[in-house]
Design a protein around this ligand. Sequence first.
Ligand SMILES: [Zn+2]
Length: 92
Amino acid sequence: MLIAAHDDGSHIEASRDLPTATYLCPMCESQVILKRGRKVAAHFAHAPNSDCPGAEPESWRHLLAKQVLAEQFKVLGWGARIEVPHPAAPPG
Ligand SMILES: [Zn+2]
């Protein structure tokens, strides 16, 4: 996932230059790990064996597609937010 939450509830987008800190999943509020690989876009990941719906693995193409789409929508003037649960999604 590309978004995590801080202790104060504010959300932050994953990037390589984020400081080491405690980041939380916005869905289940468990701690997530900032991953800053060279081939994959910076993202947050749950600990192994998490049962959170947001813990499903995402390919680098999926992560990149979400970033590109959000950026392009913003360029067009359409407010775009990523990692927002759909109202029809089952509760986490
Ligand atoms: Zn979660």
